[in-house]
Unconditional design. Structure first.
Length: 330
């Protein structure tokens, strides 16, 4: 253990996914001191799933460490109830149905435990320690397999009446658009997430107009394998079709973010997830188009920034959930 392990401001952040549990010791500055990964038993029973979480946490604990800890924060896929600390019925964690995860972890470790979904927690960690530090009102979006969002007002997460607020990825920008997995039509998630970007490229290639595209070569002609990652690499290589796909994605995101600004007018917009790296070179264009997609005449004053925490956002986000009150806006 480092000297930091004897601080009174250490927390454990836990990031639960369908195949893994990552856990880390995080200090009061949001620095991850040590982290571990263990397999997640998502297709077993509730006890087996919880045992996987315990294995990850136990791997971090030294004999003299517990007295330095003041909490455990857990990121889990939703739906969940952050107030009750209950995991309701996440599709990729079938082991848990209405499972009181926060209560069980608190019972075992004798520490305060907080639970939230990954986008909320990642947004909070960016607001406390990352790209949003110093801003009171933060809108966070993660673009990856889906689009998740977190709302931080006056330094605190906004959950809404029942804990279900912040589903910004399921805001529709085209009620006649394709049906989303949530059942609605034209959600930004079904139009601009990673799979949506890949699908749009596949459709363009299928029309026959992209045989000269780098994407055709990358996929070996197997169009169903074209992914957003391939689109990003092809664009970097100067591919015309890939740039067309990304330009359309930028326009869609700009309409969505324009709505966000008109509704919330945050101090800063932060984008994370796998899509952030691919879209980062286009942030100035997104910001300019967003300003033309909303009525707010000062939209250009709102920074659009990449998230600081990448693959570790779940661990840091879990820790942010139980950060000392001195770190949160008064």
């Amino acid at each position: 253990m480092t000297d930091a392990a004897h601080s009174d401001d250490l927390v454990i952040g836990v990031d639960i996914g369908g195949t893994k549990v990552a856990a880390g010791l995080v200090d009061a500055a949001g620095k991850i001191i040590r982290q571990v990964r263990h397999p997640m038993i998502s297709d077993g029973d509730a006890a087996q799933g919880f045992e996987a979480v315990q294995n990850a946490i136990d791997a971090l604990l030294a004999a003299d460490l517990k007295k330095a800890l003041h909490g455990i924060g857990i990121c889990s896929p939703g739906p969940l109830d952050p107030t009750a600390g209950v995991v309701i019925n996440p599709p990729n964690l079938p082991c848990w149905r209405n499972f009181p995860l926060a209560h069980e972890a608190g019972r075992v470790y004798g520490l305060p435990v907080k639970l939230d979904n990954d986008a909320n927690a990642a947004g909070l960690t960016e607001a406390l320690w990352g790209a949003g530090a110093g801003h009171r009102n933060v809108f966070y979006a993660t673009i990856g397999t889906g689009i998740g969002t977190g709302l931080i007002f006056d330094g605190a997460l906004y959950h809404g009446r029942t804990g279900a607020a912040g589903e910004g990825g399921h805001m529709s920008i085209d009620y006649r658009g394709p049906q989303c997995g949530c059942g609605k039509h034209g959600c930004i998630e079904t139009l601009a997430s990673g799979p949506a970007i890949g699908k749009r490229a596949q459709e363009k290639l299928a029309t026959g107009g992209g045989r000269d595209s780098v994407l055709w070569e990358m996929s070996g002609g197997k169009l169903q394998t074209v992914s957003s990652e391939m689109v990003g690499r092809a664009d970097a290589a100067g591919d015309r079709l890939a740039r067309e796909v990304l330009s359309e994605t930028i326009s869609l995101l700009s309409v969505w973010l324009g709505n966000i600004i008109d509704l919330l007018e945050p101090d800063v917009i932060i984008v994370g997830g796998g899509g952030a790296a691919m879209l980062k070179p286009f942030f100035p264009e997104i910001q300019e188009k967003t300003s033309r997609s909303c009525v707010n005449s000062r939209a250009l004053e709102i920074p659009l920034l990449p998230a600081c925490y990448g693959a570790d956002s779940g661990i840091a986000g879990g820790a942010a959930l139980c950060a000392p009150s001195s770190l949160v806006w008064n």
